[in-house]
Design a protein around this ligand. Structure first.
Ligand code: NAD
Length: 293
């Protein structure tokens, strides 16, 4: 039986680990939160009280952690305790430079590693339909693919180490921009006397069509499953979008890429967060733009 160690059993990690258990894998877990460990044990996992204990003897180690500093610290422990030949998979969303530096250290310690951030949120984690964007060598990707399958709807090899994080940063910058664009269009339409549903019927079948419009419409009504019909409860919280835009803008600065709309989107979401709305779904930007939120 494949033995997996899962570090970081929060909103995403816990349901992801449950899908590995459901696929018949042995899953050993660690989280700083006793509450998270309790839920993990209740789901059939084996909880441990440190990274070192959890990774002992594991064939693969998956991390799903809040930020780059924590990822760096956790892998320092992993390198000391993991079994030689274990595959390392970091699914946290972090910056490209840190992902590449941790992968480089892994190689120095004799481990194969991939960065494998995800898109699809808590719903995708629960349903086992996450999209994984994977950076690493061909052999590491092939090994990772088998392990990620029970948690995935789609797995794409994006190239060398760090390229998974690069794809995630670019995708979420585009998402932020398109959500603001769709929101502005609805707000302008309303100011001109255009009904939301009518505008949706036009734009979703015209050149304005995009995911933010047709799958996650910020105006309540046209897309019943969208957070706009649930008082803008996340979904994908503004604070998480702001984190991802920070990663994208740092990357743009370090490479010299010109991303003016990305920068403006970050300013808008930063203001929304500053106003106390970091916990509101990012599609709530439609109300932020009119001053209702
Ligand atoms: P979360 O805060 O719910 O979970 C993180 C978990 O890591 C927590 O349970 C925390 O106790 C644990 N942790 C922190 N430091 C630790 C340490 N040193 N050792 C062990 N455990 C530690 O966050 P989340 O929503 O599950 O997100 C995890 C990652 O996934 C983030 O990088 C986030 O950006 C990314 N992500 C989240 C979503 C989403 O919709 N929530 C979507 C895509 C990607």
């Amino acid at each position: 039986m494949t033995k997996i160690a899962f570090i970081g059993l929060g909103h995403m990690g816990l349901p992801m680990s449950k899908n590995l258990l459901a696929a018949g894998m042995e899953v050993r877990g660690f989280d700083l939160s006793a509450e998270a460990l309790k839920s993990f044990s209740a789901a059939g996992g084996t909880g441990f009280s440190s990274v070192a204990e959890a990774v002992l003897g594991a064939d693969a180690i998956i991390t799903m952690l809040p930020n780059a500093a924590i990822v760096g610290a956790v892998y320092a422990d992993v390198f000391k305790a993991a079994k030689p030949g274990a595959l390392l998979i970091d699914s946290s969303t972090i910056d490209v430079a840190t992902a590449r530096s941790v992968a480089c250290k892994a190689e120095e310690h004799g481990f194969e590693m991939v960065d494998a951030p995800v898109s699809g949120g808590v719903g995708g984690a629960e349903a086992g339909t996450l999209a994984f964007m994977v950076g690493g060598s061909d052999t590491a990707f092939k090994r990772a693919e088998t392990i990620l399958k029970p948690m995935a709807g789609k797995i794409v090899h994006c190239g060398q180490a760090g390229n998974g994080q690069a794809a995630k940063a670019c995708n979420n910058m585009l998402l932020a921009i398109s959500m603001i664009g769709v929101s502005e269009a609805f707000n302008l339409g309303r100011s001109l006397g255009l009904d939301d549903q009518t505008f949706f019927d036009v734009a979703s079948n015209a050149s304005g069509q995009c995911w933010s419009m047709t799958s996650y419409c910020p105006a309540p009504g046209p897309v019943p499953t969208a957070p706009s019909n649930n008082d803008y409860k996340p979904g994908f919280a503004t604070a998480l979008m702001l984190k991802d835009l920070g990663i994208a803008m740092d990357a743009a600065q370090s490479t010299g890429a010109n991303t003016p709309l990305g920068a403006m989107s970050r300013e808008i979401y930063a203001q929304m967060d500053k106003d106390g709305n970091g916990g509101v779904d990012f599609s709530g930007v439609i109300k932020h733009l009119t001053g209702e939120l």
